[in-house]
Design a protein around this ligand. Sequence first.
Ligand SMILES: Nc1nc2c(ncn2[C@@H]2O[C@H](COP(=O)(O)OP(=O)(O)OP(=O)(O)O)[C@@H](O)[C@H]2O)c(=O)[nH]1
Length: 759
Amino acid sequence: MANGQVQQVNGVHKTLPRLQIIDENQHFSQELPEYMKEWGLADSGFNYNLVAVFGSQSTGKSTLLNRLFGTNFDVMSETARRQTTKGIWMSQGKDMNVLIMDVEGTDGRERGEDQDFERKSALFSMATSNVIIVNLWEHQVGLYQGANMGLLKTVFEVNLQLFQAARGKEKTLLLFVIRDHVGSTPLENLSATLTNDLERIWQSVSKPEGLENCVIKDYFDFMFTTLPHKILLPKEFDQEVVKLRARFVDPNHKDFVFKPNYSKRVPADGFHVYCQGIWDQIMSNKDLDLPTQQELLAQYRCDEIATVAFDAFLGKIKEFRQPIESGKIIDDLGPKMEEIRNATLKQFDKDASRYHSEVYNRKRTEIFNKTNSQLHVFFLGQLKNLTKKALTTFNARVQASLKGEYDFAKVVNDSREEAESLFSDGAKSILLTKTDWTYEEEYAQLKEAIDEISAKSRVEETKKMIKTLEKSFQAQVSEFVSLYFKTPNQDMWDKILKKFEQVLFDHEQLLLKRAKSFNSSEEENAKSIENLRKRSWQQLRKKIDDELAENIFLLKLRERFEEKFRYDEEGLPKVWKPDDNIDAHFRKARDEALNLIPLFSTIKIPDSVELDIPSDDEFNFEDSLIILSETKQHDLSVRFKRESDAFYLEAKRSVVATTARVPYWMIVLLVLLGWDELLIILTSPMYLMFVCFFGFIGYIIYMLNLLGPVESAARMIAANVLDLIRQQVRDGLNKTPASAVAKTFGIDGGDEVATKKEQ
Ligand SMILES: Nc1nc2c(ncn2[C@@H]2O[C@H](COP(=O)(O)OP(=O)(O)OP(=O)(O)O)[C@@H](O)[C@H]2O)c(=O)[nH]1
């Protein structure tokens, strides 16, 4: 707590910029980080220095500091003469990157003989400060046994403990300010006396093992200066103070106090951690050595800096997750990852590089590996998406190119090239520098997948090609088989099979030509040819079966039979005459038709035709040559014979019909015998008119094609009339005497009939 030094600015409590870093109860203040910020030093890196003041109580230390650095440490009132500074106070020098520590004065008067705090504050100041002002009265010089000398002995011992490992490298400047210098003893004499005393004290300090011969100059540089009496010579005092201040602010001053090797190499952002660590170590009475403290600080701070940098890194890479998980390919992922990683390292380096180099390097490797392993997830994700895209591209490209005329091998190769370069270019672009990332495995997997698709596609294309060939083959087979079957004869099979052989050969050549573009192997080609042959043969066989289905075949037989039986040599329909030998004709025609059965029943391969149709478990070539089995042949011949019998009977009947017609002589006889009746009609105008009238009506009916309807009308009328008559007759017989009936019909002798009936 800032010793109650609180001022109110606009209602807000603002702590004055000085801090009791260690209070009288030896507690370390937790407010140092805020004060560092308030002093504007938190981000100053190594660009700051620290000055501490040692000396007996009430020797004007605080006064000197306030004058020198513009601080406002408490100063004892002129009259009270008692200790004012308790613990250690810290403040920023006005307008300078210098931290000032006002350390509780030594004397023992207030704390008795307890030298504990003296030693602790000496340790703390030595571990942190670049310059230590030793404040003493002129009259104290030469008093070897005095309080100051005791303090210096403590300082030397503590220093050996802290810096034994850094001998000669890191030093601390002891600036002796001799107060109330009267002037009678020149500064040189005073410094010589002090130097002497210091040497003596140094010798009396027990040295650690291995450092027995070390000299004071290995660890300290000395500067001596004097100040006039503040109260007696205030003006001179002020002038000297201004001069002295120049040593702290002007780097070009010959006695500039802040030499680089006085720095304790504690970056400003880690200063509070460092101070806390030192004080904790002092308080727990553990061995304190600065290198270890610096390393501990470095570890702590590097971890802190790394965490901040890594959190920022995680925030930046968040944007990659969603698109990659949803299968997208992020453009410029490589450069973006590289940029984010570099920015993270830069951020880490900015603060961490000031710390213990070994620790910093180790932590840098850690954060570097951590960022890499996070980014590697995206690398793998992008590779996966690239693989997908490459495969889609390959597929689309192949499908688009397999239209019209194309060279399959070229299509596949071009598409493969495009897909593979899409992947490898994409993969290369996301390989980060200084990593052992590789995409070989994914690349190999992609190639394998492309091979698989190509193989599948090739099989499909081959199938498609074979199907096309088969279709064309089928069309040709269908045509020539139908043609040759129309005129079945002995060389029918010769023609069919020769044609088959030729068409098959043509198609085989076509297949081999196309197969070349599929990059098919010899073995695959042989297999395709074998299949083509088998399938072609099966198509031929199917066509034959279709052509020779039972009914169609019977029709064929009938056609052949009719052609021979019902038509003459000139192809005109035959009219059978009674003296024709129908039986012989019939037998001949039927035999010729029946001869077709054995002709069609088996495929006969001529010697000139060589067919290499492979047989397998499901298909036997030899068996496929037989079209009609013996039984089938028998059935067909029986059925045909039965059908042909009908023709025979028809022929026979037609002869009988011809024979049964009215001969011409009969007509002549009729005309001659009916001559008288003809004359009567011709000579009687009545009859002639009558005949002409009916003849005319008949002609009209004939012309109007109404003979049919008239005939049926006449029939109907006749039938009705007949029914009526029959009815009348029946009624007459039952009710009316026979004579009446006879009368009704105008029959003579009706009475006789009636009498007979009555009898
Ligand atoms: N004679 C003389 N008195 C001085 C000088 N500077 C300061 N004083 C007086 O010495 C007294 C102590 O001054 P401080 O500055 O409080 O001394 P200090 O060493 O900080 O005291 P503590 O913090 O209590 O150890 C005050 O009354 C000052 O006025 C000086 O140069 N000469």
